[in-house]
Each structure stands twice: as structure tokens, then as C-alpha cells.
Design a protein around this ligand. Sequence first.
Ligand SMILES: *Cc1c(COP(=O)(O)O)cnc(C)c1O
Length: 426
Amino acid sequence: MNIRKLDTATQCIQAGFYPENGEPRIAPLVQSTTYKYNDADEVAKLFDLEVAGHMYSRISNPTCGVLEEKISVLEGGVGAIATSSGQSAVMLSIINIASAGDHILAMSNLYGGTLNLFKVTLKKLGIEFSFVSPDTSLEEMKQQIKPNTKAIFGETIGNPGLSVLDFEKVSNLAKFAGVPLIIDNTFATPHLCRPFEHGADIVVHSTTKYIDGHATSVGGILVDSGKFNWANGKFPDFTTPDNSYHGLIYCDAFKESAYITKARVNLLRDMGCVMSPFNAWLTNLGAETLAVRMDRHCENALAIAKFLQNHSKVSWVSYPALETNPSYELTKKYLPNGASGIIAFGVKGGVQSGKNLINNVKLASLVVHVGDLRTHLLHPASMTHRQLSEEAQLLAGVSPDLIRLSVGIENVNDLINDLDQALNRA
Ligand SMILES: *Cc1c(COP(=O)(O)O)cnc(C)c1O
């Protein structure tokens, strides 16, 4: 049976680990830095990448491999790398293809941490970023492309403004520019949206959120569709010899897996931002229930969004699956089975009322996190996005009164009653 042809609900449970006769049914935790070999020539071949196999857990590990294979199957990719955090997955996705003097065009409505990585840290390394509002027309976006542009970067569901990406538009933009489209699919997860089916070339996740789902492990993953042509003249690192591997040429040696192999053998080797086997083991366990959890997150969030819309203390509600939402048409197109569990809304009375709400909820808790099975809420302007200027906050979709609610999978009526009593005290 080909696991790749089955539904994501089956893949979440069955993909990634296929035990042989008599082996454990559950993916074992291989908490080992190293791997034993009998023959010196065998290890030399491993180092030269002539044969596949584990040599050191900074570069690969069997337990991380189970999670990598599962997410790769779920996304429909040719390979994946589990990383120490979502931030490191985003960082690797960029520096695998761009270096000092290159340019990346990114959507403006990104996760706050990604914006800082791009605007401050990667900028210091000489990579230039420009940002466009995702509402910008294709023609105007094309004008932002430069000869040194190396990628387009966006999020399936922007964070925290919650607008759904117009994949058709941005993938056309990427094709026009001859560069890959990199998508952060953290909020949607592959159960709700598979960006490779809509023209994306590379996907990243913070597995810290829904994929783990239980808030136990910080982690990330980088997934390669295998579809981008790195030999199109814009990416010489893929078509010229890598002197750190005796002149190996990634496109020749690894064909459609060139991107993900280079990220592993070059960047994980040198930078070491690898996921620990224990975190991979926990994250894989969480990922087994991803599909059922996501369905429940979506169902609860839609009911709560409708409740908030009718509440006298609420000034506005943004949830992509509400018919009144500007992203509603894109939601139907790209997220037909649900729009995830995150809602943004404004409380009448502004910042102080928002704080009163947060201080009065009893089930929902104030944590700097989204996407686990418990309901959480926070105030981005004073928390996750506080390092940005007010202008940059507005560009990222953060108004001063915005409350971000991450709807969990508790009983929806209990959640609604809790929000109702807290709103009435706001
Ligand atoms: C949380 C998050 C990240 C960063 O992930 P970490 O695991 O916290 O490093 C990146 N992108 C999005 C959309 C996120 O929500």
C-alpha cells in the first residue's frame, strides 16, 4: 500500500515508521549521539556521502528521521529536516539559498519572530529583505523583484492578522522571478492545507505549535517539494562544486533532493540547529493525533468566532472561515476543511478592556504560545509584537486592541461560557 496516496488522517498515524517483523510497533527513541561501524572504509564513504547512513546525531538520527518522514509524507515532499525550533527552520530555509548580497521578497504579515530574524539578524549577515502587503496586486509585486532576488516568503495564514495567502498570485510571482516560493505552514498544518499542491516549493513549520500539539517541545521542520529547478542559473551553490565535500555538486549528486540534502549535510553540519531525538519522539507522538485535533480546533474556533461576532463587548472578529471575512473566498479555495484554531478580535474599550478580559478568563490561559490543545489568549501589541514599532505592528496586522485567541479542543460550550463571563467583566 502506498502511504503517500492515503488521507492525511491515516498518514498522521501510519507514516514515518514501518517496523519489520518482530520490531517494536512504536517508533523507538534512539537517544544516541553516535552509531557503530565495523569497517573504516564504510565510515569514510559515509563522510563522502557515497552511502546513506547515520554517523553523528548533529546531522541525522533515526528518531528524528521518523518525524521527518512523517511530515514529508504529509506535505507531499521528497524529504525534510527536523530542526531545533521553528526559527531555525525559517533561517535554514533562507540561508540554504541566499547569502550576503542577495535579496528576499517577503509578505509583510509574518510571525513577529520571523520579521525580526529577517529585518535584523539576517540583514546584519548581508541578506536584504523587502516586504509587500499580501493584498498588493501581482503586477505591483513583480516590480519588487530584483536581479538578486532568491526567494518569495509567505505564511499560509498570516500571523496574527489571519489573512489567507493567495497562493495562485504568489506562486505566479515566484515563477515570474525564477525563484522558490517558501511557505510557513505552521497555522494551517498539512491536514488543512498542502502548499506544494498550490505552487509552493519549500515548506517550513514551527512544530512547537499544532504538530506537537501538547506544548511539550520547541521544534521546527523544513520540507522540500523536490520540484524547484535549482539549475536555472540563479543558484550556483547547487551546480558548482562544494569544496567542503571534495567538489560534490548537489544537483548532480542528489537530483530532486538537492535542496534538502544540502541543508542537512552543509548547514546542519556547520550550524548544528538540529532537533533532539527526545523532542522528535514527543513531537511524533503528538503528530499522530494531528488530524483529529485539527478538525476539532476548526469546529470549536468557528463556533467561538460566531459567538464573538454577536457579543456586545466585541468590536470586530477576524476568523478566515467567517463569511464576512475578507479572506473568505481564499479560505474556501485553500482551506476547505477548516481555517485552523486561531481567532483575532477586538474588545470594546481598547487595550485596558483587553487586559481585563485576559485577567478574567478561567479556562483560557495567558501564555505566549498558540496551537496546542489548551485554549490560550494574548495581546500581541504588548507581548509577541512589542519589539516592532507601532507602524510595523499595523503593517503586520496588529492593532492596539487585538486579542489573539488560540482555541483549544476542550468542550466548546465550556469555552464559550468562560469567554462570556470574562467579556462581561471587561
Ligand atoms: C511560532 C512560530 C514560528 C517560530 O517557531 P518557534 O518554534 O517558536 O521557534 C515561526 N512561524 C510561525 C508562524 C510561528 O507561529
